[in-house]
Design a protein around this ligand. Structure first.
Ligand code: SF4
Length: 476
């Protein structure tokens, strides 16, 4: 069947995912290919340039539409829904392309293929929206409206994406007993104790500011402020300056921060010049959970200042196989879990192909904090230095001691250098079983999964096959 139209724009600019799903379902029923459609947000002003337009109402009588709509929603899953609320104008094209490939391209496993460009873009956009929601949950501060007859609270927030409808239920759950309105530039949400309604966005200067709620927040924030724990880059990253004018505690942050760098530096110098993580280690033989908790407070090298979390290993304490990677990446740092980003997904794929269950393995990194170079809004991965690898080694030693695995798989050079020293080279050791005088496990070196992701596309399948074979060889 021929497509009924070559162009579409969505009438609702507020990231109306339901409208998209209905339109997409009708087009997929007609087998309309992605390149026959151009998706537009109507507020972009480009809608009038294209004709004809199609609205969900036009499609109400199409057969099987309802079933097909929910099937698409199911296939795109939560990541599809998050992506729909991204500010990227190409998000609808991406979502439709993926929906088309899933239903007409016979690519049912598309969303498990981490090497696929569309899958990775979906992951990235969904992650951005998820992170924006996290910030909004953390930084929205309600202020009481002076002179209102009922107790009425307002808050202003400027998210990067169009997340109001996604996030509003969270605030209903948390502040259900209050009457409140949250304003954002795109949209506002109002809760009257019984129902949630959405309205127009409102500029910041129309929101009441400064009352007793602020004083409470200031007192609370000054009380809990601990410069030894603060991570300034992470804090500025988590709380960009544009939010500061709307946060009561932000008025005292700058004063508190003035002294923090010097105090943190003094702590680090005093505690870790040569000892690295050692002063932060708990007594021997504590459970792994305690080890992980203590590592949270480690300032054994300057990396703790940059990262958001210590990313400790995870897995059963009696695991027979231990995987050691390099260091956490951007997503691992945010989630405080090892190998959850794209490299982690590739690792999961490879483990499954090698008949290994991730649940049976202990997975960790040689360095527990994310090292990066800020570049705009991005955090570019930087390799840990030999000094940082040595500083973090006491944590790895304790993990190996506690798990006492039979096999250790080294994922990349940093892991190997942590165990065997700076002279270790992956290409010289790969494929061999190594031993170490202080470690009872047999040690099997291979590459790190991220190396496959960064390789030229045409080399990736072969690299992945060899990596899977390494995992098989190491464990048989
Ligand atoms: S990287 Fe390791 S040694 Fe450095 S602060 Fe983090 S946990 Fe401590």
């Amino acid at each position: 069947m021929q497509p009924a139209t070559n162009h579409i724009h969505l009438l609702d600019p507020k990231a109306n995912y339901d409208a998209f799903l209905t339109l997409a379902a009708s087009l997929l029923l007609e087998a309309t290919p992605p390149d026959a459609i151009q998706w537009q947000d109507s507020e972009s002003g480009a809608g009038s340039l294209f004709d004809p337009t199609r609205t969900p109402e036009d499609l109400a009588d199409l057969p099987r539409l309802e079933t097909h709509t929910s099937s698409i929603a199911q296939r795109l899953g939560r990541k599809g829904k998050l992506t729909a609320h991204h500010a990227d104008p190409e998000r609808w094209d991406l979502l439709y392309r993926i929906a088309y490939r899933l239903s007409h391209g016979r690519e049912r496993n598309l969303l498990s293929d981490i090497l696929d460009h569309d899958t990775r873009k979906l992951e990235t956009l969904a992650h951005h929206v998820s992170r924006d929601m996290h910030k909004m949950k953390a930084f929205v501060r309600f202020q009481r409206v002076r002179g209102a007859s009922d107790e009425q609270y307002v808050a202003w927030h400027r998210p990067d994406h169009r997340i109001m409808r996604l996030i509003a239920p969270f605030f209903v759950g948390r502040f259900g007993a209050m009457h409140w309105t949250i304003f954002t530039p795109h949209e506002s949400a109002t809760w009257d104790g019984q129902s949630l309604t959405f309205g127009e966005g409102v500029p910041a200067d129309q929101v009441n500011e400064h009352d007793q709620v602020e004083e409470l927040w200031k007192t609370y924030y000054a009380h809990i402020f601990n410069p030894a724990r603060i991570k300034i880059n992470a804090m500025v990253k988590e709380m960009p300056k544009r939010y500061w004018s709307t946060l009561p505690e932000a008025q005292i942050i700058e004063d508190l921060l003035k002294d923090a760098p010097a105090r943190v530096r003094r702590m680090i110098e005093a505690q870790s010049t040569s000892a690295g993580a050692t002063p932060f280690l708990p007594p021997r033989n504590v459970p792994l959970t305690v080890l992980a908790e203590e590592a949270e407070a480690c300032a054994g090298c300057p990396l703790s200042e940059m990262a958001t979390h210590t990313v400790f290993g995870e897995g059963p304490p009696n695991a027979r196989i231990m995987l050691i990677g390099e260091q956490p990446g951007d997503e691992e740092d945010r989630a405080a879990r090892p190998f959850v980003g794209p490299a982690g997904q590739l690792l999961n794929q490879a483990l499954a192909a090698a008949n290994l269950s991730r649940d049976d393995l202990y997975i960790t990194n040689a360095v527990k904090h994310f090292k990066y170079l800020p570049k705009g809004s991005m955090r570019m991965h930087r390799r840990a230095s030999p000094k940082e690898i040595r500083a973090c080694k006491p944590w790895l030693d304790r993990e190996i001691e506690s798990i006492a695995p039979d096999t250790i798989i080294l994922l990349g050079a940093t892991a190997g250098q942590s165990i065997f020293g700076a002279g270790y080279r992956v290409h010289q050791s790969r494929g061999q079983r190594l031993t170490h005088p202080n470690i009872r496990a047999s040690i099997y070196p291979t590459i790190r999964p991220a190396k496959i992701l960064r390789a030229p596309k045409h080399e990736q399948p072969q690299m992945l096959t060899e990596f899977i074979q390494d995992l098989r060889n190491a464990t048989t």
